[in-house]
Design a protein. Structure first.
Length: 121
């Protein structure tokens, strides 16, 4: 029974990811109103792909542990992030943008872990 529930959850994520990719390819009203919309949602694609990887046993931790690590995010790690990005000549995100992205990721993952609910794009 556990295996079938796990595969059902994986199918929901795969279907949702396919819908997002379809919207991204075919364009939509969202894209017309804000051309950078999908670039701002890259975190969502990455998070869903990570969750699918968990259901395929390709991750080192589970979603609950990942959620806990995101909640324990330390602002000192932002400096490490900036230093790492600058080392490779990549412009880092602003601290506010980084925190906004983190809040969205935590919200999405929290709803998935505790309610198995996908909370929209």
């Amino acid at each position: 029974m556990f295996r079938s529930r796990k595969s059902k959850e994986k199918r929901r994520l795969v279907k949702y990811l396919a819908e997002l990719e379809s919207l991204k390819k075919n364009g939509s009203l969202i894209t017309l109103m804000n051309p950078s919309y999908w670039e701002d949602k890259k975190w969502l694609f990455d998070l869903i792909e990570w969750l699918i990887g968990y259901y395929e046993d390709r991750t080192a931790s589970n979603p609950k542990e990942y959620l806990e690590s995101m909640i324990k995010f330390n602002l000192n790690s932002y400096d490490d992030y900036v230093n790492e990005m600058e080392r490779f000549n990549i412009t880092p995100m602003s601290e506010v943008d980084k925190l906004k992205m983190l809040i969205h990721e935590i919200n999405f993952l929290y709803n998935w872990v505790y309610y198995k609910r996908i909370n929209g794009i």
